[in-house]
Design a protein around this ligand. Structure first.
Ligand code: AMP
Ligand code: GLY
Length: 421
């Protein structure tokens, strides 16, 4: 069986490594993948947003099943285009991917179907947004409507900052057309939990919960990044909270999407905040999280391809989705300076003894030599019987990965350990 995975980061590397455990798979193509996954997949130089080229490649290479991993191609309708030529895919179609593609859509969906989320207002013109901000509670949260590489959210601590944020989105268009509508919402507090789930539009099966570490520096300081590390399970997410989320958030969301004729199939990611008033949705993503996938999939015991196909075929109810007990931790190694200016092109040496635990995000082959090529270079994951051992083991493995200018946080999982103690 030939599989194609669209995307090229650490998340995709984790998906590919997990898929490889299925012995029916004869070849995996990564479009475009990256040099660091060359041992696990055949790299194809087609960008994840180039839908006509992706479709052509699938047609000409007898692809049996496609996994569309990143948000951009999903929102652009990659699954629809592949389905049109008869190729089954893991991932939502364009109509359903809007749950991530438009914050205005997702906020209105939650309001209409009573799914707990922050209070909000939507603005399409600058004047009304600015006048609302004269009296809005501070701090406040400003979100650009569309995809903005995870950067479209600004938490404003002062009225002045809030006004500047709105101006930068609506007038200066720092996020392009994404900012033509903005959501201004209530600032919530509480621990954050990521819950990825498999769904076929009827059944929703949450995966093991996880915790991202979004800030660049130790102690949750510094700028927001794509994620500097993750742990799973998230100790704040108790069985009781999980039950509440299932009843008040997960099932209502699946039902709401069906009612809107936007049945969601694939991985629906619930970004939750456990507020003093109960769990609330901070954001939906229409895909696996990065770097959450790098801790969630190593704990998956069942066969990933079988589950993926069950989401496509509508048979998830009868499919085994089992996670190992234990815990996982992933430490992201980045180029020093990320998420701002950084240098690339350094030789990347991953010792053989840890290669299975490394998910490469930003690297390219220069002849036979692997070189760094991105802000987040890779993630090092360890699993163990408990979180403390997983964290220690992940940091131990980091010592077997070498490149100049490497930077990583030293406190991944520290907050989670404090909860457990
Ligand atoms: P996002 O880019 O949507 O993942 O949001 C980035 C981060 O902004 C989230 O992980 C939260 O930490 C924070 N955030 C988003 N919305 C709110 C909110 N309403 N209240 C407090 N923090 C928020
Ligand atoms: N780790 C957050 C995300 O994938 O959006």
């Amino acid at each position: 069986m030939k599989i194609m995975v669209v995307g090229g980061g650490g998340r995709e590397h984790a998906i590919i490594k997990k898929l490889k455990e299925n012995k029916e798979i004869t070849e995996i193509f990564a479009l475009p993948g990256n040099g660091g996954m060359a041992k696990d997949a055949t790299l194809v130089n087609i960008g994840a947003k180039d839908i006509p080229a992706i479709v052509d490649f699938a047609k000409n290479n007898d692809i049996d099943y496609a996994v569309v991993a990143p948000d951009d191609p999903l929102v652009l309708g990659c699954v629809d285009a592949l389905n049109e030529i008869g190729i089954d895919c893991f991932g939502p179609n364009k109509a359903a991917a809007i749950i991530e593609g438009s914050k205005v859509f997702s906020k209105n969906l939650m309001k209409k179907y009573n799914i707990p989320t922050a209070e909000y207002e939507v603005f399409t013109d600058l004047e009304s947004a600015l006048s609302y901000l004269e009296t809005a509670p501070i701090p406040t949260v400003i979100k650009a409507d569309g995809l903005a590489l995870g950067k479209g959210v600004i938490i404003a601590e002062t009225r002045e900052d809030a006004k500047n944020a709105v101006k930068s989105m609506m007038e200066d268009k720092i996020f392009g057309d994404s900012g033509s509508q903005v959501v201004i919402e209530e600032f919530l507090t509480g621990p954050e939990v990521s819950v990825l789930s498999f769904t076929d539009g009827k059944t929703v099966v949450p995966m093991v919960s996880s915790m991202d570490h979004k800030r660049a520096l130790d102690g949750d300081n510094g700028l927001n990044t794509g994620g500097m590390g993750t742990i799973a399970p998230n100790p704040y997410y108790t069985d009781e909270i999980a039950k509440e989320c299932m009843e008040k958030i997960f099932i209502p969301t699946i039902n709401a999407m069906n009612s809107e004729n936007r049945t969601f199939k694939g991985c629906l990611y619930f970004g939750l905040m456990l507020t003093p008033k109960g769990p609330k949705v901070i954001e939906y993503n229409c895909r696996f999280g990065d770097p959450e996938t790098q801790v969630v999939l190593p704990l998956l015991e069942s066969d990933l391809l079988t589950i993926m196909k069950a989401t496509t075929n509508g048979t998830l109810k009868d499919c085994e989705v089992k996670f190992k007990d234990g815990a996982a931790a992933c430490v992201v190694m980045a180029s020093n300076g990320y998420p701002q200016k950084y240098e690339s092109g350094f030789t990347l040496n991953i010792e053989e003894s840890v290669a299975d635990s490394v998910y490469v995000a930003g690297a390219k082959l220069d002849g036979d030599t692997l070189k760094t090529a991105g802000g987040r270079v890779l993630g090092v994951t360890a699993t163990a019987n408990n979180l403390e051992d997983a964290i220690n083991l992940a940091y131990d493995k980091v010592n077997y990965v070498h490149f100049d200018n490497a930077y990583y946080r030293k406190d991944i999982g520290k907050k989670a350990m404090e909860v457990l103690k």
